[in-house]
Design a protein around this ligand. Sequence first.
Ligand code: ARG
Length: 463
Amino acid sequence: MTLWHGRFGGTPSSELLAYTQSLSFDKRLAHDDVTCSKAHVKGLGVAKIITEEEVQLLLATLEEVETELGSGEFRFEYSDEDIHTAIERRVTELAGDPGAKLHTGRSRNDQVATDLRLFAKRELASVCARILDFQRLLFGLAESAEDVYLPGYTHLQKAQPVLLSHYFLAHGWALARDFDRLVETITRLDVSPLGAGALGGSSLPLDPDFVSRELGFARRFDNSLDAVSDRDFVAEALFDLALLGVHLSRIGEELVLWSTEEFGYLRLDDAYSTGSSMLPQKKNPDIAELARGKSGRVIGSLTGFLTTLKGLPLSYNRDLQEDKEPLFDSLDQISLGISSLSGLLSSSGFDFSKMRRAADSPYLCAIDLAEWLVAKGVPFRKAHAIIGGLVRDSLERHVDLGELVEAHPQLGSEAAELLMPGVSVERRQTLGGSGIEAVKVQLDSFHALVSREEDVLESLVQR
Ligand code: ARG
């Protein structure tokens, strides 16, 4: 039996049921749907629309249904088009007439919007928790890298020696912005749509503020048309997850490069790499590649859903049912991606001496030579040209750059010292830059950031 059987003479076709059902994926909202219904039942009680006995019976029945759902005992029926229908049907089977009062003053339109906000609040906070774990890992790796340096790249060409700790923290700061964005999204979505009804509210004396408080929302909706049709929070969450996915993708790309024989900075652990079905010698970084690959699908979910939204008139349209799968999938892929990349990073062996050797080319210190001349009063553009000329000379005549520096009248042996291994990162001074002292300061700031995020997360979970 459908929820609308009174109005209809015939029964729904099998095509309609197959095409319009959402039960196969919105089962995931079962817990939030029960929570939403409990608040609604209490609201009906407070408004004296149902009696106190009916309130108690319905609350107990909802608990029973949730237990059945949790244990797998719950029997879904062919005609249950979504989780809301299934739960209401079962409550009515168990509680009889009072069960048939559950949906008083409510529509699936405000119900599904409420369920999805409850779900998103919790699940986005758990992505924040994963980000925080990942940042703690990056911090630990950065601390243990001490004064190890490797080539920093621009255009994927070796540019300057940078500290490995600086590298790890760079990804940590990008993740901090993801954390922030998710927290802001959670704050903005913390609004209860319950009480908006199908689109215009109800003639019954319901109190949307009461159910909003019951559900732990920060406040209730202001406009019922907006409340049932607003899915901005889903679009925002999808963007936050897509950009987080892009960050994971870029980390993945780096790990793919670093684990090649050509770079050789990283040795993959057996548990976090795969072999080849044909080539016996292979060890492949599939996790890192999928972190890169799956970001495409998460971006696709964002653009797909924005496209779904863009043509919708007010208020609820069935198109909105398309909000759930992209959100669920993006949450799953990103959550798995963070934990897999964390596992990959924490189990990998880093070849510090290979990194140092790769950065010990004197050409990577060319800017240090130019800046040494600047300190002696040479205008930078002239200093750049002098050192550029020496580099060209060294490459063309196959003469060591150090020898040319020693022999140069404006440079000499003091300047040649700058080309010694490790000197570049020792001398670099700028705050926020990749010098040994500056990175110590940065480690402290990052540590403080992590503690701030811990507090924010705690307050999110308590909400
Ligand atoms: N399964 C639907 C969804 O996810 C529930 C709302 C259905 N509302 C309606 N008026 N048909 O959007």
